[in-house]
Design a protein around this ligand. Sequence first.
Ligand code: T4K
Length: 422
Amino acid sequence: MKVQASPKLHTRDLAIFGKPPAFAEKVHVGRPNIGNRERLLGRINDMLDRNWLTNDGPYVQQFEKQIAEFVGVRHCVAMCNGTVALEIAIRALGLAGEVIVPSFTFVATAHALQWQEITPVFCDIKQSTHTIDPAQIEKMITPRTSGIIGVHTWGRPCDIDTLEAIARRRNLQVLFDAAHAFGCSYKGKMIGGFGRCEVFSFHATKFFNTFEGGAVLTNDDALAEKMRLMRNFGFRGNDNVIYIGTNGKMTEVCAAMGLTSLESVDEFVATNRHNYQAYRRELDGIPGITLMAYDESERTNYQYIVVEVDEQDAGLGRDELVQVLTAENVLARRYFFPGCHRMEPYRSYFPHAALLLPETEKLCRRVMVLPNGTSVDEGAISQIGQVMRTAVSNAAAVRARLAGSESSLPVQSETATRSTTA
Ligand code: T4K
């Protein structure tokens, strides 16, 4: 990671004013965590020697066993990605009609339903947790509702107990999109064992990756068996198809990556946590900037550095800050803007959905995610913090510059910010 020498203490130092960016290379939010390269290459060599590349190979079997043990759940059914894992879980559970989901999620959660002609009914979130608001769920239930999908957004578990209680009372199925939550816990128990099942994504940008990949975890023997059939076209043995299925198989090379990643989980958490604490120090006291908190009493992977921007207090909106950071080669992301309900086809299907989703709408305007993992170190985080502090301290000048009116820049009277360069 190359941090440019020039400090970013004054507005005139910012890249939006023509100065070199803080970083010579782009700093990405979703830089993959890669474990021990030698061990990975060793596994790939063994795989090539074995000449067994996919279709429930030895690495996939070992991966499933180790993931199930790690999480403390009876079954792990590994899949080619998190989206297909969701689709298969939804189909295996027999969901139909309508399913209640938060709109504040990656669009795959909704698409996995709509792809099967099940209507995602978007529910609002709680501003304090960014997860589905149980108080809103009951209002969305109709005679067509068959289930609820809670999302553990940013790895922070949704209100699992309440969702399970509603599901029991209203005779609905509940499953969890745990794409962000590998290695996290809820009330001391690992995420993966709640609801009818839980779905992980092991995509390259996730805390724990298998290049592409995913899995459904469940304690239900019959459900696991059904999903195993479904991910392999419905085959039970050669020539015997007993079910409609698809191709959801994980490859051996992906499982090799997963086994290697699993050996480094503690290191990944330590790096993320160290970075998170550095961000906390660097962003502390910047008006209108709030770093999302993690519950330190639970296990968590600290993968997402989530910042909320209060435009009133910061003097700059989230989008303006993203522009400032992007000019510095810091590719902050506006996850999950603009909310699934504003994406197609949902926008056309439910043109007035926003009226029922005030908290989602508000959050979608405020949130941005900053780089974490091995793509940043304390020096880089210090530089990112300094850029944000300088921009907010000189919000009027920055806003004017972004609006293209250079004439109003109060460069002389600007507030110099403290040096945070390591
Ligand atoms: N449910 C939830 C709640 C999810 O968040 C997701 C996926 C799913 C379900 C579905 O799981 P999968 O089917 O994906 O397994 C990314 C990921 O593609 C997606 O997996 C993830 N959520 C979502 C939150 O983030 P994008 O559109 O942001 O990806 P992209 O290509 O812009 O990459 C993000 C950043 O990471 C960029 O700055 C580039 C950098 N990057 C990316 C890759 C792939 C790298 O540096 N190296 C890489 O190899 O969606």
